[in-house]
Design a protein. Structure first.
Length: 378
């Protein structure tokens, strides 16, 4: 049987690796990262980045289980590909003691028996001198199996392994597909190919191929990168990833110094002051080409200065990405027909979970059943 995975991003590349490892005939179709973002007219992906937070803690059982499964295979993927993408620097989740969000984290740590140290008061300040927290804050620290990943390098690693195991990678954009009684004809800019079954891992660009077949909303997100000189980066070398459990708004996340392709070290803080709903594929493309929400850079800089007083910032720029949300906050691991399946809807969590989401997509594509813990996503 011939399989196609459409979308060569984080989930699609993972699905292709799992299929190839199982000896399946699989073709991964999706273009690479554009050299000129501002002038690019085709599709984009949100993995064009060097820093995404990873951790096992999550209030939703599905995501907690998927996170731990994916994290458990990071070492295997690094060894097989020869590419390093994971930094196990730990992840601190902090917020006001007694708040609903911190109580939920305590419950998850107990429910899943996670190795997650509770730190409060002066111990929190002494342990993590990089940060300033309001009085009455507490923290939960995952020292193992947590930190940050390079999504760009993880995708490269997945594709490298998949190809080495027999997968074909076509760096082309899929423009449509036609499902017949016996097969699915997939169209790209240059050719038409025929497969027995197809898995769509197309994220925020799914609307272009399946319209509104599945309920999902795509939002634009703005993040800011703060450049550091060498001495400041060295001062923060032992800094973990941080998620501040803000009781009044979405949780901003902060990553330690990471080297980006321009050779500079950056801190990254992700937070958007508003939900920017992107109604169609044209709007998603325009968002990737834009500078994000006006004023977001100043707001984010204020947030990082509140959390890290005295931080010496050598420069700043904002970047954009998109997130896809489903009504129940679970991915669409579904069959649209006997031949077309989906692994879309990362709900802001796909990066760290992508290897497990790709594995589950490969399961349903080849006729398997989702495990009981993931069944509600099907």
């Amino acid at each position: 049987m011939k399989y196609a995975v459409i979308g060569a991003g984080m989930i699609g590349s993972a699905a292709a690796r799992h299929l190839a490892a199982a000896g399946q005939d699989v073709t991964l179709i999706g273009p690479g990262e554009p050299e000129d973002i501002a002038g690019h007219e085709g599709v984009f992906a949100s993995h064009y980045d060097e820093g995404r937070i990873t951790r096992g803690l999550d209030p939703m059982p599905f995501w907690s289980r998927a996170s731990r499964a994916a994290i458990g295979r990071y070492g295997e993927i690094e060894r097989a590909s020869g590419l390093r993408f994971y930094s196990e620097v730990g992840c601190l989740m902090a917020g006001p003691e007694g708040s609903e969000k911190m109580r939920a984290i305590d419950e998850v740590a107990a429910r899943d028996a996670l190795s997650c140290e509770r730190i409060d008061g002066a111990a929190l300040r002494d342990r993590f001198p990089f940060f300033a927290f309001p009085e009455g804050s507490i923290g939960r620290f995952e020292a193992m199996g947590a930190g940050h990943i390079s999504p760009r390098a993880l995708v490269q690693a997945q594709i490298r392994i998949a190809v080495s195991q027999g997968a074909v990678h076509l760096a082309e954009e899929v423009t449509g597909f036609d499902e017949g009684a016996q097969n699915v004809a997939v169209r790209t800019d240059s050719r038409s190919l025929v497969f027995d079954r197809v898995l769509l891992a197309t994220g925020g660009f799914s609307e272009a191929l399946i319209g509104d077949a599945l309920p999902m909303e795509v939002y634009g997100r703005t993040v800011a990168l703060f450049a550091l000189e060498a001495a400041e980066a060295e001062r923060l070398r032992a800094m973990p990833s941080l998620i501040w459990q803000d009781p009044e708004r979405d949780n901003p996340y902060l990553l330690p110094p990471i080297r980006y392709p321009d050779g500079r070290m950056y801190l990254k803080l992700g937070y958007d002051p508003e939900d920017v709903l992107l109604s169609d594929t044209a709007a998603v493309k325009q968002w990737f080409r834009s500078e994000g929400t006006p004023g977001a850079g100043d707001l984010i800089e204020g947030m990082i200065r509140d959390r890290m007083p005295g931080l010496e910032i050598a420069g700043r720029h904002v970047v954009t990405c998109v997130t896809s949300y489903t009504p129940n906050q679970l991915p669409h691991l579904k069959a649209l027909s006997d031949r077309v399946f989906t692994a879309i809807g990362g709900c802001g969590r796909a990066a760290k979970n992508s290897d497990e989401l790709g594995r589950l997509g490969a399961v349903i594509l080849t006729g398997g059943a989702l495990p009981d813990w993931a069944a509600e996503a099907g």
